[in-house]
Design a protein around this ligand. Structure first.
Ligand code: NDP
Ligand code: 8YV
Length: 339
């Protein structure tokens, strides 16, 4: 009997998903969360045929150097800026991500941050938990927030998730503007009731700006001091995209100086570290990169990553056709199936 292919799972995963992988593979699954160094990644990946990795695992040319065994890397996330896709493709390794299954949960969460930032939910809760309500003689005009309904929502990066955020805006009777490098099909614009504008028009007109761009070299600091200066001082910024798309130092300054009303942030430059100034600001609602974290969605992401590994290594009904491969040309050339 031939030995089963080996698969490494870099972070703890749902047991039933690991069991699906174990039907076909000899699975080495990490039992505790741990940030792997480049050396550890190189060592782990050298001994396996497939891997399921997280956003903290940076898979680049140095990590892959000399690796002749690895055939597939499945990323637990739709964003894949932790993968050097060119290096993976050059090495004949299939890479995959987890699009679509998380759209609705992440769109829900963008709204959670938008509403919380507008209505000062986190600051009010901190105040209440600190025991400050009794005896405070809270005034009729204390804790005033910003209206959401009827305002203008802007989406920078109107892809799968951005469109979900836009569709929800109808319930709040909002006008929706968006900016992408290319215009969406008219039918999609109609469904989302959204209008394409230039980036500077978007910055100037919106009351709420939600960022849902991928992190690429082009998008680094897409929102920095010059862009913040174009926004209304009463506007709210929501970043659920990636740390580094916003210049967090410039954002903290704008929030402190009242040049921007509030922010809701799920991602940070250099996370898990957060810019110290943001931590001191009451008008910033902060969360630890949890926009996709509903049970149903995280399970769907894990299963989709497993589907990709199973198919790329030639098993299951989709053998040879990983459903969400980022570089399917590797499969067409057949190099993912090196001996
Ligand atoms: N906080 C979290 O937990 C999560 C974060 N994310 C992040 O959200 C990102 C988006 O996901 P998803 O919606 O699936 O991706 P999509 O690829 O479907 O959408 C991205 C959109 O961004 C647009 N875009 C890219 N570059 C630019 C640019 N320079 N200026 C304007 N628009 C741009 C693209 O349009 P065009 O090409 O026409 O410009 C596209 O419409 C992910 O890459 C990930 O980083 C996703 C899930 C959870
Ligand atoms: O999908 C993405 O791009 C995300 O950023 C998230 O869904 C993370 O993958 C998730 O938080 C696990 O780290």
């Amino acid at each position: 009997m031939t030995a089963k292919p080996k698969v490494w799972v870099s972070r703890p995963l749902f047991p039933d998903v690991l069991a699906r992988l174990a039907e076909h593979f000899d699975v080495d699954a990490e039992a505790v969360e741990h940030r792997h160094s480049a050396d550890e990644l190189k060592r782990k990946l050298a001994g396996v045929d497939g891997a399921v990795v997280g956003l903290a695992d940076r898979i680049d040319a140095a990590v892959l150097e000399g690796n002749t065994r690895l055939k597939v890397v499945a990323n637990l996330g739709v964003g894949y800026n932790n993968l050097d896709l060119d290096a993976l493709t050059r090495a004949g390794i299939v890479a995959s991500n987890t699009p679509d299954v998380l759209n609705e949960s992440v769109a829900d969460y963008a709204w959670a941050l938008m509403l919380a930032a507008a209505r000062r939910v986190s600051a009010a809760e901190r105040w209440l938990r600190a025991g400050q309500w009794p005896g405070s003689n809270m005034r009729f005009d204390d804790w005033l927030g910003l209206p959401v309904h009827g305002r203008t929502l802007g989406i920078l990066g109107m892809g799968r998730i951005g469109q979900g955020i836009a569709r929800r805006a109808a319930g709040f009777d909002m006008r929706v503007l968006y900016h992408n490098r290319s215009r969406l099909p008219e039918m999609v614009e109609r469904e989302c009731q959204a209008t394409l504008v230039s980036k500077s028009e978007l910055l100037r007109q919106v009351d709420y700006l939600v960022l849902v761009l991928p992190f690429t070299p082009e998008n680094r600091h897409a929102i920095g001091a010059p862009e913040l200066a174009q926004m209304k001082p009463s506007a709210v910024l929501v970043n659920i995209a990636r740390g580094g798309i916003v210049d967090d130092a410039a954002l903290a300054l704008a929030l402190r100086e009242g040049k921007l009303a509030a922010a809701g942030l799920d991602v940070f430059e250099g996370e898990p570290m957060v810019h110290p100034d943001l931590l001191t600001l009451d008008n910033a609602v902060l969360s630890p990169h949890i926009a996709s974290a509903s049970e149903e969605t995280r399970r769907a992401m894990a299963n989709l990553a497993a589907d990709n590994v199973i198919a790329a290594l030639g098993f299951g009904e989709a053998a040879g056709k990983p459903p969400t491969a980022l570089n399917p040309a590797v499969l067409i050339r057949g190099s993912a199936h090196k001996a």
